[in-house]
Design a protein. Sequence first.
Length: 161
Amino acid sequence: MTDTILVLTEDTLASADVANLVSLHPDETLVYRVLVPADTSRNLLVSLVDQLSLGELRDALATVLRREPVPTQAKATAADQLAESLSAFTEAGRTATGEIVADDPLPALRAAVAAGGVREVAVVTYPHAVEDTFHTDWASRAREVLQVPVLHLYAGTSELG
């Protein structure tokens, strides 16, 4: 059985993100499994603080004016993100599968690890000032409950979270 790298991402993986993930195990034959949550409930306050802390004033205003995405819209967005992410793995010459998961991805991570074959989990997100500071981000929560290594990468960079 080929080892699996479980990749949890909040957005489409760019080719740079895939290159960073592949560079962790360049000479190994691995399978990548991408999980993309259908974001049906955003915490308005946390999103606002994150955007303000990063100086994203226009995004912060848009966050205040937006409403929660409807479930069908959230699933459609996640499906697009998943398809583009899998395409990025294919372009990098790697095998990848994936699925859309619930808004809270921790149960899906637990189930995937419990099923066996998962060597490690890579969480790819944008910086989130509140969650990262208070260790309530996906990677921190996963580290507390999973029995495999969990790596947190910031999307579009090679920085570790």
